[in-house]
Design a binder for this molecule. Structure first.
Ligand SMILES: Nc1ncnc2c1ncn2[C@@H]1O[C@H](COP(=O)(O)OP(=O)(O)O)[C@@H](O)[C@H]1O
Ligand SMILES: O=P(O)(O)OC[C@H]1O[C@](O)(COP(=O)(O)O)[C@@H](O)[C@@H]1O
Ligand SMILES: [Mg+2]
Length: 320
């Protein structure tokens, strides 16, 4: 029986556990022998690999994070450690890999494929939604719901005071979480790296709203702009308003996967196993314009992610 190993790597994201469960169950159904690599790339180097049991993947669907655990490994950049990882796979008869992770993990596995020719299928999983070629990455819906819940709570206190609340979201260089959250929470300001912003115009607009009776402000700021602290000070000085900053941080990465993330996880996992059985060697599973598909890794690594134009159209007025 051919061995297939499943791992999670990079920043954890809700939906990783359902993807692991489905990848194990479906690959077994298809006549493969599923293995689990624990602790991501670090575990692959250290041989933290075992055949998947039914117990390993039972009762994990509803759990956030990744039960396989994850890592960001400096050693994987070095050939000698990758060779050690390859030897570990060889010993167990593993000749296919499924990696559930972000762009960094896909680069890692592509390097590993160039070194040793072990075919892999990538399942996009990162709250940042920053993988080119796919409209959706596992974990995004859960993160958006975690943010919504936090912003709703902040709004409760905001409505009790005449204050501005600046809320910073994660996302690295991608403004998706901030922009969608600005829409879903009815924010007055949204700053993301992809859209030019004009503080002068924002000031004019909000001063007029405040004169008309507005008494609090919610501002969503993507971490990639590095503007959250500055904007908080700017509001105090320019709008003459008390302002508070909340950096949401890792709260956004936690939480039980939403229904959307569970179902998407299943579909991505089936696609990944099928891709490998079809003889694909280094493809990333994608969801684009409502359909699932497979994209060559270089199409992913050589492009830059672009923010969805429809979302920009709906939210860009919050940047000026
Ligand atoms: N070019 C590369 N060569 C080898 N390993 C890499 C390469 N790029 C990334 N990696 C490995 O992949 C890991 C996961 O990538 P990272 O960017 O941290 O998370 P994510 O997969 O969520 O984007 C890195 O910590 C590193 O170990
Ligand atoms: O958890 P860490 O290592 O502090 O990294 C924080 C970063 O990880 C993320 O939560 C997820 O990013 P990745 O999916 O690329 O790992 C980013 O939004 C954030 O900037
Ligand atoms: Mg990443």
């Amino acid at each position: 029986m051919e061995g297939i190993a499943i791992m999670t790597s990079g920043g954890d994201a809700a939906g990783m556990n359902p993807a692991v469960k489905c990848a194990v169950d479906y690959s077994r159904k298809k006549g493969l022998k599923p293995f689990l690599i624990r602790n991501g790339l670090r575990g692959m180097i250290d041989g933290d690999i075992s055949e998947a049991t039914r117990e390993d993947v039972s009762g994990i669907m509803h759990r956030g994070g990744t039960v396989l655990r994850s890592s960001r490994s400096q050693r994987f950049f070095e050939y000698d450690y990758r060779k050690q990882a390859y030897d570990n796979l060889q010993k167990l008869g593993i000749n296919k890999l499924i990696v559930i992770g972000g762009d960094g993990s896909f680069n890692a596995l592509n390097q590993f494929y160039s070194d040793f020719g072990v075919p892999f299928a990538g399942i996009p999983a990162t709250i940042d939604n920053d993988i080119p070629g796919t409209d959706y990455c596992l974990g995004v819906d859960t993160a958006l719901n975690m943010i919504r819940q936090s912003v709703d709570s902040i709004r409760d206190t905001a409505t009790s005071f005449s204050r501005a609340f600046v809320i910073e979201t994660m996302g690295r260089h991608c403004g998706y979480l901030a922009m969608v959250s600005a829409l879903s929470s009815g924010a007055e300001i949204c700053l993301v790296p992809e859209v030019e912003y004009d503080l002068e115009k924002i000031g004019e607009r909000l001063r007029s709203d405040l004169n008309d009776g507005r008494d609090y402000i919610i501002a969503m700021v993507a971490e990639g702009t590095n503007m959250a602290e500055y904007l908080t000070r700017w509001i105090k000085i320019n709008l003459n308003m008390d302002a508070r900053l909340t950096v949401l941080g890792h709260v956004q990465r936690g939480g039980s996967p939403t229904v959307r993330d569970r179902i998407m996880a299943y579909k991505f996992a089936v696609e990944a196993v099928d891709a490998l059985l079809d003889g694909e060697t280094n493809k990333i599973m994608i969801f684009r314009d409502g359909d699932f598909g497979r994209l060559a890794i270089d199409k992913v690594t050589d492009s830059k992610v672009e923010l969805n134009q429809q979302i920009i159209k709906l939210a860009e007025h919050l940047s000026h």
